[in-house]
Design a protein around this ligand. Sequence first.
Ligand SMILES: [Zn+2]
Length: 136
Amino acid sequence: MPKKRKNRGRHKGDKGKEPMVYCDNCGKLVPRSKAVRVTVPYSPVPGDLARELEKQGAIVPRYYVTKTYCINCAIYLGILKVRAEDDRKRRESLMRAPVRREVTAAPPITKPTQTQTTPPQTQSAQQGGQGAPAKP
Ligand SMILES: [Zn+2]
């Protein structure tokens, strides 16, 4: 019998049974390996108000909530998408988490350049001054 998906829509493998979980949206009872788990940030403060408060220096609490959905609800909510026949064979994108936007993008930390550059220069000068970074 041809398989519609490589992992038959689950990640159970050849394990016999596994516990059932309830969908958080519709209450359907689904196997745990078939359910879609999504962790999303949740804040009791609405988004616009939270941005205004953070501009003024207030700390708005943000909690991470893990939801479990059945396949029907995951597709309805846009977490999973119906894919073409060739795309269904790829396993890596089947249970991919939704793209999470970073709320606070921290600037890249750059170390002071003087402390990093001085030791390789002294080592290369001792080895003959080739200019390439010395490897121990
Ligand atoms: Zn559901």
